[in-house]
Design a binder for this molecule. Structure first.
Ligand code: FUC
Length: 819
């Protein structure tokens, strides 16, 4: 296929004249503008140009090829290995000596002892794996006259359209939640125009060795849309065949990794349904000739039931899904799918302004974004983050991993696991404020599992009550410290995850939900009540051994007592758990214990450069990497609200100083975090500058996936969260009142705009409209009765609302007033 300049221009013109047609929930045809559209005038040549669809559990990357189409497939329980427990029983006896060495400042010796006696066995966790590809070959298609592919994130539909000869071909692909299958429709504007061969292909192992934690491995150049790479032999035991009933199936077994045997079986199954023409099956593929249209339903499943049990029947699951889906016409499948997607997606809409830059294809917008004025790209990126979360994390599915749901490798970077010293948490930052609370359910389910496996780890490794997990986990809910002492010896991952359990309550104030997670909060707190140790200064109780995630305080040494982040996380854990106990009317003695212990956690300290100290000692000025990507000790500023411009101004200044020293440049998620932090510091222009960095071509791929590099989805979610923080912040005053900041970091680049459907703590819905850089109108809608302190610029106004009531606010002469 060749793409001439003329073709490109024609396609661009065609795209403006004929926007993607999508079908609305009501079944009406509606034209979606480019507002919620990613579009391109050539197929994807690289995986990071392909477009993601997903129903939370299964997904595909759509390349949009013309004579060959590649759909790279994922199922969220296809991970390497099988049920295992990597806890190291030698740890318990070694820990007292480790603690002594740490307090004596013998960090290298402490590191060596942890390496010898404490780390997990095996030292690595399992990888998330690709299912492979669905491959479509269109024998007669050549030389398209115009071409365009797009992803409509409002309709959750990927479309490829082009003309070849005198026929216009359209291919539509979506991943249905209600019907549990991928749906592909191949259609043409002339009858009997469709010839296609459909088959599966296994994934190519593309990454030889797991990368060391903390570094960014280069992504190898891999196959694009046009050439199928068949060099890698089929993995042992893989079966690819066409069954007598006409289904094409690929069945296999997951990989053995790090000595843990692959215990899962999986199946991908395609049912090819033609309208008109003929259908013929060969060994491994189905061929359709002269059809008017073709629908392909793809079901995928593994034998995973839960982290302890792998005896599910993927064939039975797939057959059930296909039988259900087959009963509906395409339009019905699409409308059921879009109704469900839009139920979540349309809760929030955003308008940051529109310039001619927005008319270009998405890859050009990203390429030019550092110099263009394209506020609509920020809005698109914002909604794309919400699209991705809806598409990779839904009730009943696995939580969003490092790549959400989308991964084309058997051994992806960092195993595409759950890194819980920032990345997994960042994935869920946008959920509550952008009204996607349901999408947090898989995270909560995962934490419930880890609280069980982590109880074993707490008991065996630490001789402690409660549960613990360290800096990573996987499908099998492994909780012991991994990768190496310098990254893994951090016991506070579970405590951080508890913040998400709490926030789910705090945004909804659903007491029944709180009751269901209270035992997990309590048990996490118990672990720290049992393991915090007296600091030699006789004042503090600290974690030991621990570390400030992934930062060395001296060459190659990270192990340390009581890093600032741990103290901040534990202040939240103890406060939230105590408050939960009070709300539920339970455990009075436990509350007293939590409050007393909390008082003995080391306070945040300001170091010699006026910065916020990362450790108990002021090592910050001499660390090996002063521009380190992690900013762990700023957890207190964001996501927590312990540090704030209004209530702890000195600490906020120190946090600012730390950010200045660290610099803006970082990995994708590192920039995403900095964006949220500068928004909390209410530096609108700095936040906007950082957002530009995030949207620039070094940190955003053509398909708008975040580039660590390589692809890591956390930056996308950090970006959506950061834009929310620029427009709305939901905090607490020291007295515990719900405080809502309107437009706290509105940059001059967005002089007018609006956002609707945001949420603040306490079940408050917030719509905002601004003009000339100033609030024009704020509309509040209370889902629950409550009182909120609304703040805009220098003005504040307490507002009390009963459930279901709304209130409009305006700024008059600089003062917020209810109208
Ligand atoms: C942490 C980070 C790395 C990467 C990895 C998945 O280890 O330090 O940058 O994001 O997680």
């Amino acid at each position: 296929m060749t793409f001439t300049r003329r073709t490109v221009l024609q396609a661009a013109a065609a795209s403006l004249l004929a926007p993607t047609i999508s079908r609305s929930a009501s079944g009406e045809r509606a034209a979606s503008s480019t507002q919620n559209l990613l579009w391109y005038d050539q197929p994807a040549a690289e995986w990071v140009e392909a477009l993601p669809v997903g129903n939370g559990r299964i997904g595909a990357m759509v390349f949009g090829g013309v004579e060959r189409e590649r759909l790279q497939l994922n199922e969220d329980t296809l991970w390497a290995g099988g049920p295992y427990d990597p806890v190291n029983p030698e740890a318990r006896a070694a820990l007292p000596e480790v603690r002594r060495l740490v307090f004596a400042g013998e960090y290298e010796k402490a590191t060596d002892l942890v390496t010898a006696k404490v780390m997990a066995k095996p030292l690595r966790q399992m990888s998330y794996q690709s299912v492979g590809d669905l491959r479509l070959t269109f024998p007669e298609l050549r030389e398209p006259q115009s071409y365009r592919r797009s992803l409509d994130i409002d309709g959750a539909l990927a479309t490829t359209r082009f003309t070849a000869g005198d026929v216009t071909y359209t291919r539509e692909i979506f991943a249905s939640t209600p019907d549990n299958v991928l749906v592909i429709r191949l259609s043409a504007d002339k009858p009997r125009s469709i010839d296609v061969d459909a088959t599966f292909h296994w994934p190519t192992p593309s990454q030889p060795a797991e990368p060391p934690t903390g570094t960014a491995p280069a992504r190898t150049k891999r196959i694009g849309a046009i050439v199928f790479d068949d060099k890698a032999p089929a993995p042992a035991g893989l079966l690819l065949q066409t069954l007598p009933d006409g289904d094409v199936v690929m069945r296999g077994r997951n990989s053995t990794q790090h000595g843990i045997a692959g215990k899962l079986t999986y199946e991908a199954r395609a049912r090819v349904l033609n309208q008109g023409g003929t259908k013929k099956s060969s060994d491994k593929s189905v061929s359709i000739r002269d059809a008017d249209s073709v629908i392909i339903l793809v079901a995928m499943a593994t034998s995973y039931r839960n982290y302890e049990s792998v005896d599910g029947d993927p064939t039975a699951l797939n057959l059930a899904a296909l039988e259900q889906a087959k009963g509906h016409a395409f339009d019905k499948l699409l409308s059921r799918h879009q109704t469900e997607h839009r139920r979540l997606f349309r809760r929030v809409s955003i308008d940051l302004g529109h310039t001619p830059a927005a008319e270009k294809p998405t890859d050009a917008r990203v390429r030019e974004s550092m110099t263009s004025n394209d506020p609509a790209l920020a809005a698109l990126y914002y909604q794309y983050g919400r699209y991705l979360l809806i598409s990779c994390s839904r009730p009943g599915t696995q939580a969003a991993n490092l790549q959400g749901l989308w991964n084309d490798m058997l051994n992806p970077p960092w195993g595409s696991k759950y890194t819980i010293n920032i990345n997994t948490e960042m994935n869920y930052w946008p959920a509550e404020p952008t009204d996607l609370g349901e999408c947090v359910e898989p995270l909560i389910a995962m934490v419930k599992d880890i609280s069980v496996t982590g109880t074993r780890t707490a008991r065996t490794m630490y001789g402690a009550r409660g549960w613990v997990t360290h800096h990573n986990t996987d499908l099998w809910r492994a909780t012991a410290p991994i990768d190496g002492t310098k990254w893994g010896m951090w016991p506070t991952g579970g405590a951080w995850l508890c913040l998400h359990l709490w926030d789910r309550y705090d945004y909804s104030r659903d007491v029944r939900y709180l009751e269901s997670v209270y035992p997990i909060l309590k048990s996490s707190a118990e672990f720290f009540l049992d393991t915090l140790v007296e600091h030699p200064n006789g004042k503090w109780l600290v974690t030991n051994p621990s570390m400030s995630p992934e930062n060395y305080h001296h060459d190659e040494v990270s192990i340390a007592p009581g890093p600032a982040m741990d103290n901040q996380i534990l202040r939240d854990l103890f406060a939230n758990t105590a408050q939960a106990a009070k709300i539920l009317g339970r455990d009075a003695d436990f509350i007293t214990k939590l409050e007393a212990t909390r008082k003995r956690l080391p306070p945040d300290q300001i170091g010699a450069q006026g910065h916020l100290q990362e450790w108990l000692e002021d090592w910050d000025a001499n660390v090996p990497d002063i521009h380190h990507r992690h900013v762990s000790h700023l957890y207190g500023l964001y996501p927590s609200g312990q540090i704030s411009v209004d209530h702890t101004p000195q600490l906020a200044n120190a946090a600012r100083k730390t950010l200045e020293i660290r610099g803006d440049e970082a990995t994708g998620w590192g920039i995403g975090w900095r964006l949220n932090l500068w928004a909390r510091l209410r530096d609108a222009e700095r936040a906007h500058r950082i957002l530009k960095l995030l949207l620039g071509p070094e940190r955003t791929y053509p398909n708008l996936f975040d580039a660590h590099p390589p692809f890591q989805i956390d930056g996308n979610f950090g970006g959506t969260s950061g834009v929310t923080e620029m427009l709305l912040q939901s905090l607490k005053t020291p007295k515990g009142e719900d405080e809502v900041l309107l437009l706290p970091a509105l940059p001059s680049a967005w002089p007018q705009g609006s956002i609707s459907g945001l949420r603040a703590r306490g079940g408050l819905g917030v719509d905002l409209r601004w003009r000339n850089g100033s609030l024009e109108e704020c509309r509040l809608m209370a889902r629950r009765e409550g009182t909120w302190l609304l703040r805009a610029k220098q003005s504040s106004l307490p507002v009390s609302l009963k459930a279901g009531r709304s209130q409009t606010l305006r700024l008059r002469d600089g003062a917020l007033v209810a109208v």
